[in-house]
Design a protein around this ligand. Sequence first.
Ligand code: CP3
Length: 343
Amino acid sequence: MILKNDLLLRAARGEKTERTPVWLMRQAGRVLEEYREVRKKANDFKQMVEMPELAAQVTIQPVDILGVDAAIIFSDILVIPEAMGLPYKMVENRGPWFDKVVENEKDIQQLHIAQAEDLQYVMDAIKLTKKELNGRVPLIGFAGAPWTILSYMIEGKGSKTFSKAKKFLYTQPLLAHQLLEKITQSTINYLKGQVAAGADILQLFDSWAGVLSPSQYAEFSLKYISRICDAISEVPVIVFAKGAYFARTEMSKLNCNVIGLDWNMDIAESRKLIGDKKTLQGNMDPCLLYADFATIKNETEKMLRAFGPSHHIANLGHGLYPDIERDKVRCFVDTVKSFRFNV
Ligand code: CP3
């Protein structure tokens, strides 16, 4: 199917575009009252993720309501640990919870290497979303990066420091590599399945990159991200490693099209470290959207100028917070969409 709006894909490949494309991490969610309405039809978040009709509906909402240039499939990075044998729960107002975690070699041996068919509900949600989007905008597929997935499999819940997961890397490095290997293979199968189902572009989320030291990051994270990038040649790949400012030069060598930046990363410095071949994505502080409209417009235009007229996908530096007003989100999106470079 030919896309009516392929700005995101062209920008990802470094091609010239009429304007900068824009989407937001966590664009589907509690920011939209329409999302909260659909959520009432399921018992909880997890059931919604597993019901393709509901997942497709909330995936498309931000395209209609916010006017973004891409949809991102409504799911969670934690479906991979579950497909490998560690089921998760999403506890209301508290976040993820795993009853069973990885503690030793036997636990790792018992884990299954996930196949795309193990996550059939995601594949079905992608197919249905593609059909209902009817070519309006590209659909982004995604997965967690192996290190971030490992950290949930060891910790069993969110954490401020991820010290249990880091302890595992320092005390059981061989086991950590065995586990990362299994996660990597599962993730490749899963992402290839998403592409076969219709995903036009993929994003890897390394949300907890920032807790590792540069040498640990190279050994336990980048190496596996690199393997995933090498395995995907069908569609463009975006790598977003939150807090990995120290790894930007290394990341420029990844076989991916786009590097996501968080708001702590200076734009000009990032361009210098990463070079001019990659497209950069980001990187507005989500908290800017608590400011007044004039400030949002001003800061957004400043960001657009700093990135320049090509090789940029506008986004936040991390996900939207649920209590941000939708009109402020629209202000960010509309500012990007009406901005033109005088070239
Ligand atoms: O709109 C989108 O971006 C697509 C959907 C999406 C969700 N999770 C839906 C979700 C995506 C891409 C994710 C990825 C994800 N999930 C990440 C990586 C991105 C990041 O934020 O760094 C991580 C770390 C997770 C794990 C996760 N899921 C946590 C820690 C939480 C609880 C915290 C919270 O925000 O509530 C979730 C729940 C979750 N995932 C929600 C949504 C919309 C909120 C659930 C609800 O509606 O109650």
